[in-house]
Design a protein around this ligand. Structure first.
Ligand SMILES: *Cc1c(COP(=O)(O)O)cnc(C)c1O
Length: 241
């Protein structure tokens, strides 16, 4: 890890490539999503300039703060943080392609209401709390299928897959267990063939555990600190434009 963003991205891509080779995954089936919380627009632009176009924020305020600065830079924006219902309107103004953190019906309904008015659609993932930790958001695994069925009925929302945050643990088996729960849910949901529901994406794995996630079937890994360095949370308070 250095301050050289391009070098860091290259190193992460090498890790992804090596994991794909080792675990018999096609490299084109695993996408890198750059988690850019606390990262300034200037540095985000440098990262995008290396050829990576997928970025993700996890606070609505940060999405809003950086929106104007990144508008002219082609990229694809996901949202991966806990989303309060009263912030949905603001978030949807910022051209987000995918919200990965749908964890309750009321949130999906609010998004659907707004999008119906605007005549738009959005891709979402259902976030599952696979670690069982109280501190983590996400629907409980045993409630995930019901939630998928209900969200699938909302006309403006396209379910594309599942997202989880693995447990933060030195014990690889416990981390792997989280990813296996997500994979198993994906299979189960696929077998139900719920109309309009696609289950092609599994967003799992971060800087510390992306190899395990790829081994267990991740199609999107979300990497922040191994690209941008340790986060300085003071930067979350970037002034509004
Ligand atoms: C910050 C963040 C990441 C990236 O984590 P790193 O350990 O910095 O790679 C991934 N997913 C979510 C939901 C995040 O908030």
């Amino acid at each position: 890890m250095t301050n050289d963003i391009e070098g860091n991205i290259q190193a992460v891509l090498t890790r992804i490539g090596n994991a794909c080779r080792k675990y018999d995954r096609k490299p084109e089936d695993v996408k890198l999503l750059m988690a850019v919380k606390t990262v300034t627009p200037e540095i985000i632009k440098k990262a995008i300039a290396t050829g990576q176009q997928l970025i993700a924020e996890n606070k609505v305020q940060e999405v809003k703060n950086k929106y104007e600065a990144l508008r002219e830079t082609p990229h694809i924006s996901h949202f991966i943080g806990h989303l309060q219902t009263n912030k949905v309107k603001d978030l949807l103004k910022c051209d987000i392609s995918c919200i990965q953190s749908i964890d309750r019906l009321s949130l999906a309904e609010k998004i659907d209401q707004r999008l119906s008015i605007e005549g738009k659609n959005i891709d979402v993932f259902i976030q599952v709390n696979t670690s069982g930790e109280d501190s983590k958001f996400g629907v409980a695994p045993e409630e995930a299928i019901d939630l998928v069925r209900q969200v699938a009925l909302l006309p403006t929302i396209n379910i594309k897959g599942l997202m989880t945050i693995g447990i933060l643990s030195e014990d690889e088996d416990r981390v792997r267990q989280c990813f296996r729960i997500l994979k198993r849910l994906q299979k189960e949901i696929r077998s139900l063939q719920i109309p309009t529901v696609e289950m092609n994406e599994l967003s799992m794995g971060m800087s510390g555990d992306l190899e395990i996630a790829i081994e267990e079937g991740a199609t999107i890994v979300r990497v922040g600190s191994d690209i941008f360095g340790k986060r300085n949370y003071m930067l979350s308070a970037i002034p509004k434009n």
